[in-house]
Design a protein around this ligand. Structure first.
Ligand SMILES: NC(=O)c1ccc[n+]([C@@H]2O[C@H](COP(=O)([O-])OP(=O)(O)OC[C@H]3O[C@@H](n4cnc5c(N)ncnc54)[C@H](OP(=O)(O)O)[C@@H]3O)[C@@H](O)[C@H]2O)c1
Length: 310
């Protein structure tokens, strides 16, 4: 007779149920929460990005691990999911999977508009809610400032109509920072989304302090520089002093660096791997590095400027 254990082993799920999983990954994770400055609503500090990782077709071999990622994310208290129509079929993949699993009551869906005209923006925003299978998008963002002079007024109007609870802008390239800052200073934004990591720290100079001054919530994208940080530390051992901030993996190291900046509300990590997801979620609990430890982290990683680092 084939046992449940054998079936799980064959489908690669056994380790997820505990047999080969480190203790800290088996326990229920309790994520820290941070308030959105404008409203005081709390969000768990680890969010789930969908760029590339959810860019899949209808192949069950690709969708099954993603379903597992979503189930685990929600089971351990995650609520924030971030997507964009510019991420290929990612919004639709989320919508497809969301129908098959239990969603949290406090699911927080963020997506973006990346359009070239008023009509296209409207079409895209309406399609996003439909593709993601949700009645309402919680946060609508102008993606990489694309056509922002046309798109941001639509967001403001829709927020006033109660269609979106929050609005914001995103960037992941330094070239956009000057315009980004001008918009932060002049528009009624609830959120910004910006690239920030132990290696890409340019947002520390002006953007993160300004977000604190103006009471704007911060989503961080590219906390692992799209995975490049893992390649960088491939042959490096995690330092002993990482235990001083409850860290026992590189994934936690990178995320705890991001979360220890006082401006940051949520770190958006992306993964298609359930084990990585559990590891990353663990970064959302326990101690965070202080200023001195943050500097040691920067020195240890030793990357400055922009990728690719050569
Ligand atoms: N608005 C913008 O302009 C913009 C730009 C970029 C990103 N974003 C948003 O931010 C999210 C995150 O950024 P990102 O997708 O660029 O990159 P990221 O989260 O920095 O890195 C993702 C990569 O890291 C790997 N990874 C994750 N956890 C790991 C772990 N514990 N151990 C080893 N490898 C691990 C993933 O591979 P596995 O799948 O194998 O785990 C994946 O290749 C995006 O999904 C998107 O929602 C927004």
């Amino acid at each position: 007779m084939i046992t449940r254990r054998q079936i799980l082993a064959n489908t690669g799920q056994l380790c997820l149920l505990g047999a080969f999983t480190p203790t800290h990954l088996r326990a229920q994770i309790t994520l820290m929460q941070r308030a959105i400055p404008k409203t005081g609503e709390y969000l768990p500090v680890i969010g789930l990005g969908t760029y590339r990782t959810f860019n899949v077709g209808d192949d069950p071999n690709e969708l099954n691990p993603l379903q597992r990622v979503l189930e685990l994310f929600f089971r351990h208290g995650g609520t924030v999911v971030d997507s964009s129509p510019a991420y290929g079929p990612s919004e639709a993949a989320f919508g497809y999977l969301a129908e098959r699993i239990n969603l949290p009551d406090d699911l927080f869906v963020a997506t973006k508009v990346r359009a070239g005209s008023h009509a296209e923006g409207i079409r895209q925003m309406d399609a996003s809610a439909q593709k993601m299978g949700v009645e309402n998008i919680d946060l609508m963002q102008v993606h990489s400032l694309a056509d922002w002079k046309t798109q941001l007024p639509i967001l403001k109007e829709r927020k006033a109509q109660g269609i979106y609870r929050y609005i914001g802008i995103t960037a992941s390239r330094v070239e956009l920072y000057d315009d980004f800052i001008t918009i932060m200073n002049n528009e009624p934004l609830d959120f910004i989304q910006i690239n920030y990591s132990v290696a890409e720290r340019q947002a520390e100079e002006r953007i993160l302090p300004l977000a604190m001054d103006r009471g704007i919530a911060v989503f961080v994208n590219r906390p692992f520089v799209a995975g490049a940080l893992f390649s960088h530390v491939q042959s490096k051992a995690l330092p002993d002093w990482a235990t001083e901030f409850d860290c026992d993996s590189w994934g936690q190291f990178f995320l705890k660096f991001v979360l220890s900046h006082p401006a940051v509300t949520v770190a958006l990590q992306a993964t298609s791997n359930p084990q990585h997801l559990l590891d990353n979620l663990s970064a959302g609990q326990g101690l965070l590095p202080n200023t001195e430890l943050r500097q040691r982290m920067v020195d240890l990683i030793g990357l400055t400027g922009r990728p690719p680092w050569t």
